[in-house]
Design a protein around this ligand. Sequence first.
Ligand code: PGA
Length: 251
Amino acid sequence: MRKALIAGNWKMHMTTVEGCQLAADVSKACSEFTDREVLLAPPCNMLNEVSHVIKGSGIIISSQNVCWEKEGAFTGEISPLMLKDAGGSAAIVGHSERRQIFMETDELVNRRVKGALSFDLLTILCIGETLEEREAEKTFVVLERQIRKGLAGVESADMEKIVIAYEPVWAIGTGKTASKEQAQEVHAYLRKLIGQIYEKNIAEQTRILYGGSVKPANVDELMAQPDIDGALVGGAALDGDSFGRIINFEN
Ligand code: PGA
């Protein structure tokens, strides 16, 4: 049984005081879950404070990116060790904003994935096609490349630490969500692909999240799809009420 995972990616938003308030609201909203997990990815500067605020709630704390080295001359990066030191146990890797704005390649993303795994972090590998790629009917080719290259060298035994987040680039921050049918079609494809790369039982155990304009109004229908195991939420994760409703999705 795959446990649902709802992740809030705060991106480059909020001051520490605001972030701590939001974290406190989220931890109130998820008091008694046994069937789902909640993850927050605040900006690095407030990881420590937010970790203190959510202590005892079961919420997982994540960074929004992570380096593969534990220390050294890597200006602007956070190491897996620093992340753990600040109370984190998970990392988002390969987000489309990293790929598109900061030119991160599949090879670089793969280094990050392997670095995160070597520190035993829950590793959320983000993939997704652009609008041009979808319109050119290249969606599956692009996703296959991102999965194969992103997971290159990752052993079967490490797959329990991997979460895939399918985030069509055209749906991120645009208010345009993939329909539940579009999302389910891709998720089923990804599960089959993971089964081909690894084994069927690994594909069955791997959680695949959907991301891209997830909101209170569409979370229930998305979560009702058989291959959608959770959500990676951006904009709607910045408000305690809307994220509270999303983590309380009905199934
Ligand atoms: P969005 O962002 O929910 O604002 O579309 C999702 C994401 O970038 O992870």
